[in-house]
Design a binder for this molecule. Sequence first.
Ligand code: SF4
Ligand code: SF4
Length: 154
Amino acid sequence: MPKHIASGLKYLAAVKLREKGYFQKDIANKLGMDRSTVSHYLNGRNLSWNSIEVAESITNCCNRDFLHVTYSLTGDLENTQTIVDILIEEEFKANVKDTCIGCGVCVDVCLMNNISIVDLKCHINNAGCCGCLDCQINCPTHSIQILEVQIPNK
Ligand code: SF4
Ligand code: SF4
């Protein structure tokens, strides 16, 4: 069953990419699937509607739960990052305070591989942040604040 739900998540990601104008070949490359499977998915074949409904309910969870559940279902970090990146539409901005001691805890907890330590300070790539808040929650010096950014015309 977890495999079917992971397929449901991939289906939702494939549909989103299609809406954005991606070709089947590019969707297949991005999601690590073969083109015929993508074609079947986009034509509503080879997938139960139950799996899609469960996948949709996972995407409606908070971003942290969505990220962690997707990782536990796919068992593949790269796939998880791709699916989450496609399906989470909000954008986030990170503020890192001077109290950062460069311990690297935030680097270790970020499943999106989005944080690095430069000159003993935490640097967060806003573009790759899914807003899971794992870094903010786990920082021992409370140095990180993740804020949702309003996107113009959205
Ligand atoms: S966990 Fe906090 S203190 Fe440690 S590197 Fe990250 S921001 Fe700095
Ligand atoms: S909120 Fe923090 S841990 Fe989560 S993706 Fe963004 S930078 Fe990574």
